[in-house]
Design a protein around this ligand. Structure first.
Ligand code: NAD
Ligand code: UDP
Length: 312
């Protein structure tokens, strides 16, 4: 089968490309290399079943694929906000529109990588899919949060009115090898800082929480969801419910790296969610999925990856 992965050169996309190639599929990776890299997919390029298209997801896509995974979008707050904000909204909304049209034309199934950010700074905890969220529509994170919410809307309307098979997953903080050292998200920041002996930057008072999912668990979720019957549309939360404060995460990274870096405190970004944990009942019931990699094991793998990459 031919499968299109937009954002295939990014952190999650590169793991998904590898997984689908190893299952014997023909994989087309479309990426504009904004946050992705050739290095992430270099090992795959000798495979004749693998093709890379360097283009923006909002431009017309000339591909015939039976499955489309739409991952194209910067995922780290430092890369989707600020100067990138307008492009982020365009990527999310026009990109989704573009791949939905392609799915309609090819009679393909589209899996949309949505996000826990659709819940904003959640007033309900943990977050079930039935929660409508608490998003500031004009804040600096809105380009991403509202962009992803609009993309979900498009998926459901293409399903209702155009009969397109769609699957919407809401991804909670996922980490692992192939994150860029300058990605800016908390796990890669703390590990890179610890390995370089630099200060560990905790934003705010560090009591905010996140739930961290290891990448192999997340990829398994994606493949299972894509293989599910057409009536399984979602949205379905994908994440590991183990919940940690940023202080706990920093301490875990310091312990596992054996680093002597010290913790420093930096201002909390605007609209930074105070707590986040997925309710994954639906994933268990509909996909028979649950995460299997504990935080400590996933951190060890990620630390080993960065040690090699940084020569540290
Ligand atoms: P990433 O930044 O590593 O990967 C995103 C990829 O998309 C990169 O290769 C980038 O170059 C590409 N891209 C960005 N804009 C593009 C455009 N306009 N056209 C073509 N390609 C473009 O991030 P990731 O963590 O791998 O995230 C992948 C997807 O999963 C994103 O859609 C993200 O919103 C979603 N997601 C990820 C997480 C997570 O914790 N990793 C959480 C929630 C949602
Ligand atoms: N954070 C931090 N130090 C960093 C990077 C992030 O304390 O160097 C915090 C950030 O303020 C947030 C949490 O870690 O509360 C997760 O941030 P990340 O950017 O990884 O993802 P988010 O869940 O906010 O999209």
């Amino acid at each position: 089968m031919t499968i299109l992965i937009t954002g295939g050169a990014g952190f999650l996309g590169s793991h998904l490309c590898a997984r689908l190639l190893s299952a014997g599929h023909e994989v087309i990776c479309l990426d504009n290399f904004y946050t992705g890299s050739m290095e992430n997919i270099a090992a795959l390029t000798t495979n004749p079943q693998f093709r890379v298209i360097d283009q923006d997801v909002i431009e017309p896509i000339d591909v015939n694929a039976k499955q489309i995974y739409n991952l194209a979008c910067p995922a780290s707050p430092v890369h989707y906000q600020g100067k990138a904000a307008i492009d982020t909204m365009k990527t999310s909304v026009l990109g989704a529109l573009n791949v939905l049209e392609l799915a309609a034309f090819n009679k393909a199934t589209l899996l949309q990588a949505s996000t826990s950010e659709v819940y904003g700074d959640p007033a309900v905890h943990p977050q079930p899919e039935s929660y409508w969220g608490n998003v500031n529509p004009i804040g600096p994170r809105a380009c991403y949060d509202e962009g992803k919410r609009a993309a979900e809307t498009l998926c459901f309307d293409y399903n209702r009115h155009r009969g397109v098979d769609v699957k919407v997953m809401r991804i909670f903080n996922t980490y692992g090898p192939h994150m860029h050292p300058n990605d800016g998200r908390v796990v890669s920041n703390f590990i890179v800082q610890a390995l370089r002996g630099e200060d560990i930057t905790i934003y705010g008072d560090g009591t905010q929480t996140r739930s961290f999912c290891y990448v192999s668990d997340l990829i398994e979720f994606m493949v299972r969801f894509m293989a599910s019957p057409a009536e399984v549309i979602g949205p379905i939360n994908a994440g590991n419910p183990g919940e940690y404060t940023m202080i706990e995460l920093a301490e875990a990274v310091l312990k596992l790296t054996g680093s002597t870096s010290k913790i420093v405190w930096r201002p909390l970004p605007v609209d930074d969610p105070k707590q986040r944990r997925p309710d994954i009942t639906k994933a268990g019931d509909l996909l028979g999925w649950k995460p299997t990699v504990p935080l400590e094991d996933g951190l060890k793998e990620t630390i080993a990856y960065f040690r090699k990459k940084l020569g540290a």
